[in-house]
Design a protein around this ligand. Structure first.
Ligand code: FES
Ligand SMILES: [Fe+2]
Length: 454
């Protein structure tokens, strides 16, 4: 439970708020590379952290992310002409490059130096891992991009998409790191063996080695044994459940500052999934969802495994709006809910979206009652609120300065019950916090820190 003031502190990300200041210390996905497919193509309106912006790809393929209003008299550059390495305002012809420099000011005499005094606000933008990233913090302090594994694997080994979410980014992220809800929200309740098999195959789990067992263990044990480990750039959140034998089935998620989470299911050789929540404003966000396979290219089927799939992708329209959404009640089917799935909503991602939206545009955390399975959420709040409070005191967060330490994995592990989370992580990934950067030439690291919660 949080006070009203603390809930506002946690969830508000506009410019001028403490959490907004913290988020602006990190690179954020601003859009998919695929959303700006052509050089000199149409500019695209975007909104990030409450700021309306414009993204465009210039003649050389470089991407600019700029304030949309022309510094002359405020016309919106969305109507502009994207031509010859710049965006030209169609009102009086002023033209700006991707860095916001005014490169042509045809209404001033040729000898005038007025143009040199004109600047359009432009944020640093980079393209990596099929995403266009923006940095909206102090320009004298631009960090390197976080080296998430998605960007380290060959392009053929990854798939990146996004979906709209009708609620505050924090409660949606909290749903992502809350691995205990899997025992309920995503439950298959078909009773007969044939029905169960059919429901599971619909859940597209046929590619996993023992999916039936794992699903059953998750569904049969609603009180996983939770442990959380801090590291330099986030948290490892593990929940161990009973199996048929003496072993525990661990599902282990990663939270990476300030807005990335990895799902907990992948066993060795399977596909890894991650999500990144980027606030549009305080009551909506984009969820960038992605998957990657370190060892081989993804098949087309794996890239587009939407319907009922046990993965993080939603079925979306051409604007990345989920087809099953708040406006159509997520197409809930009460007969399906009665007889075969816990929610009656098709799609794991849609089940998550429905329930996260239902908490309200911004969850009122003054009324919540947390319990032992919410430990990951408690640690996440402590970490991010602590970092925002420290920044407000003048202490810069250190995670943006440690980009290599974002090279981590999370996933599942079936192992003996006497191991703690660090030992399970070491068994599964060869490192207590899941660091795999050494496989990509990023060097070894201990991930230790004088303040493991920083
Ligand atoms: S308003 Fe843009 S050039 Fe005049
Ligand atoms: Fe979920």
């Amino acid at each position: 439970m949080l006070s009203k003031a603390d809930n506002e502190f946690l969830t508000q990300s506009d410019a001028g708020t403490p959490m907004g200041a913290l988020l602006r210390r990190f690179w954020m996905p601003a859009l998919l590379s695929a959303e700006l497919p052509e050089r000199d193509g149409p500019p695209k309106k975007i909104k990030v952290l409450g700021e309306d912006l414009l993204a465009f790809r210039d003649t050389n393929g470089k991407v600019g992310i700029v304030e949309p209003h022309c510094p002359h008299r405020g016309a919106n550059l969305f109507h502009g002409r994207n031509e010859d390495c710049g965006l030209r305002c169609v009102y009086h012809g002023w033209k700006f490059d991707v860095d916001g420099n005014c490169v042509d000011l045809p209404t001033a005499p040729p000898e005038s130096t007025y143009r040199d005094t004109i600047k359009l606000l432009a944020y640093p933008a980079r393209e990596w891992a099929d995403l266009i990233w923006v940095y909206m913090g102090p320009k004298d302090n631009v960090p390197e991009l976080p080296q998430i594994e998605l960007g380290l694997v060959p392009a053929a080994n990854r798939y990146v998409t996004k979906k709209w979410q009708d609620c505050n980014w924090v409660q949606s992220l909290e749903g992502g790191i809350d691995t205990s809800h899997f025992s309920f929200l995503h439950k298959v309740i078909a009773t007969g063996a044939d029905e169960l098999r059919a429901a599971m195959s619909k859940a597209a789990l046929a590619d996993q080695s023992t999916p039936d067992d794992r699903i059953r263990w998750v569904q049969n044990d609603p009180r996983p044994r939770f442990q959380v480990l801090g590291h330099d750039v986030g948290l490892v959140i593990g929940g161990g459940r009973k199996t048929d034998g003496p072993e525990l089935y661990w599902r282990i998620a990663q939270f990476l500052m300030p807005n990335i989470a990895y799902t907990p299911a992948a066993l060795p050789g399977e596909i890894y999934y991650g999500q990144c929540w980027v606030p549009v404003d305080d009551e909506s966000c984009w969820i960038y969802s992605y998957c990657w396979q370190p060892e081989r290219p993804l098949s087309n089927a794996e890239r587009t495994k939407f319907d009922g799939g046990f993965n993080v992708h939603s079925e979306v329209d051409a604007d990345y709006m989920p087809l099953r959404n708040r406006r159509n009640g997520y197409l809930i089917d009460r007969a399906t809910q009665k007889h075969s799935t816990f929610t009656g909503i098709t799609g794991v991602s849609e089940q998550d979206a429905a329930i996260q939206d239902s908490q309200g545009p911004i969850q009122d955390r003054t009324k919540e009652h947390l319990g032992p399975t919410d430990i990951g959420i408690v640690e996440f709040r402590k970490l991010i609120v602590g970092a925002a409070r420290a920044l407000a005191r003048g202490e810069e967060p250190k995670a943006p300065r440690l980009p290599k330490r974002y090279a981590v994995r999370s996933g599942g592990c079936i192992t003996s019950p006497d191991k703690d989370l660090a030992a399970v992580m070491t068994e599964r990934f060869g490192h207590p916090q899941g660091y795999i950067g050494d496989k990509y030439g990023l060097g070894p690291t201990t991930m230790d820190s004088d303040n493991p919660r920083a």
